[in-house]
Design a protein. Structure first.
Ligand code: OOG
Ligand code: NI
Length: 458
């Protein structure tokens, strides 16, 4: 039981997510434009599709929809990552999943900090895709040592944020006034700084190795590089972006459009170059492009079997395309995806019977009043209409999609090939703890919902 005067970590996360969104809207006006477009689209979908409106009402997702967003950051050292994990823990966020981006030529590995329990996700589903730079992949030893020395000198947390993290850990929580200061101070870590920490020449050298390396090493901290609202229809938003002065990437990442959305579909736009002042310059005479915009549409969380099918169909479509999706082959890519994914059942019942997705179970009105149901099987209760299901929302990310998002914002020149791949152990050593397996979380949520149903039935 936590102290009665402590603010719940879920509420701290909810406030932090809002504060982050307000800051980013001010820093990147295009993000504000995108938010408006997403809100309009969501309203339109809810008005014109009563089925979706009913579904979101019954799962309660309707209440979190406008709050829902994810951000992304990149850090440079193990110590930074470990302290971030402690900072996010104050807001009830745990590292979920391990993503290796080296196959896509991006020298990082990542996790997603997020709430893990369905009740906490309902208060705020805010997630942060967090990547750790793998300096060991920089081949040029001199440059590697230089990057390390620059990173070792910086301190990305304010002293007040650090002391409040300590306080939350030792006392077990933060009081109202402490929580308020914590949100303000934590926000500072993710702010954009126009002044770089290296000279123009050093920046060029880092860029020549990889643009991502320059983005991490040359600045004071892990500026939030995008903040992504959740839309109910990503195809509408993608089609309308140009009319709002936003140019989307060539293809939507993730599964194709379906009746029953699965996993995660994402698209992004490239941010403009931003003025920066290198240490050997007095004004903002350099430039750097780091920050962009992204939108996402979330669908059902898949079981290991469903995920294996998704991966197989995605790979088959990509193999047949024989190239990364781009402007020139976008139409063919979309056609191939639709064709291959026709194999993936596109009804709730089809996905449930084949155990491709995770579900939340509900007692229907008919089930609430009925007698002697406790001993019936789940299947019978469903087919007799005493229970019904809704898919669980996918709360995580997809490595191939993340690679596409990274690449569209780093430019196509960033197709480096790394000899060394996945190293979860090294990531967890840096993090100071292990990452949580996302599939176990969905299975638990599904199990709890079945248990609750049986507790309700007579
Ligand atoms: C993260 C890119 C991945 C997503 O939504 O898959 C990502 C980054 O660019 O730092 O945000
Ligand atoms: Ni993202």
């Amino acid at each position: 039981m936590s102290h009665p005067s402590f603010v719940s970590p879920d509420l701290i996360r909810q406030r932090f997510s809002k504060a982050m969104s307000d800051m980013y809207r001010e820093e990147v006006p295009l993000y504000g434009a995108l938010m408006e477009l997403v809100e309009q689209t969501n309203r339109h979908v809810l008005d014109s599709d009563p089925q979706i409106a009913r579904q979101l009402n019954s799962t309660g997702e309707i209440q979190r929809l406008d709050l829902e967003r994810h951000g992304a950051i990149r850090v440079g050292t193990a110590a930074e990552l470990a302290t971030l994990a402690r900072l996010f823990a104050v807001m009830g966020m745990q590292p979920v999943g391990y993503y290796d981006l080296t196959p896509a030529g991006v020298p990082v590995h990542s996790t997603a900090f997020r709430a893990v329990h369905e009740a906490a996700l309902q208060v705020s589903p805010f997630r942060v895709f967090t990547s750790l730079l793998r300096l060991e992949l920089i081949e040029d030893l001199e440059l590697r040592a230089f990057a390390q020395s620059v990173l070792d000198k910086r301190s990305i947390f304010t002293p007040k944020a650090l002391s409040l993290i300590d306080r939350a850990e030792t006392e077990g929580g933060l009081t109202e006034s402490e929580a308020q200061v914590f949100v303000e101070q934590a926000l500072e870590t993710f702010r954009w700084h126009h002044s770089a920490t290296v000279t123009a020449e050093q920046y060029q050298k880092l860029c020549a190795q990889h643009r991502l390396i320059a983005d991490v090493v040359a600045f004071k901290g892990p500026h939030i590089n995008h903040l992504t609202p959740r839309t109910l229809d990503i195809d509408i938003v993608q089609a309308q972006m140009p009319a709002h002065g936003i140019t989307p990437k060539a293809v939507i990442e993730g599964p194709p459009r379906r009746q029953c959305p699965i996993l995660l579909r994402q698209t992004s736009f490239k941010a403009l170059d931003e003025p920066v002042a290198f240490t050997d310059q007095t004004e903002n005479r350099g430039s750097h492009s780091a920050r962009f915009g992204e939108i996402e549409q979330r669908g059902a969380a898949l079981t290991p079997k469903g995920r294996a099918l998704y991966d197989r169909l995605l790979n088959a479509a990509r193999d047949e395309l024989k190239d990364f999706p781009n402007e020139g082959n976008a139409a063919r890519y979309n056609a191939l995806m639709t064709q291959h994914f026709s194999e993936f059942p596109d009804t709730v019942e089809g996905m449930r019977q084949q155990e491709l997705a995770y579900f939340r179970y509900f007692v229907t009105d008919k089930g609430v009043g009925a007698e002697a149901l406790k001993s019936s099987s789940l299947e019978d209760l469903l087919s007799d209409g005493y229970l019904r299901v809704e898919p669980l929302v996918y709360e995580d990310f997809l490595p191939v999609s993340a690679a596409g998002i990274f690449q569209s914002n780093l430019g196509d020149a960033a197709q480096t090939h790394y000899g060394e791949h996945s190293n979860r152990q090294a990531f967890e050593n840096a993090l100071g703890r292990s990452t949580i397996d996302e599939l176990g979380l969905y299975a638990e949520t599904q199990r709890r919902s079945i248990e609750e149903c049986f507790a309700t039935l007579r």
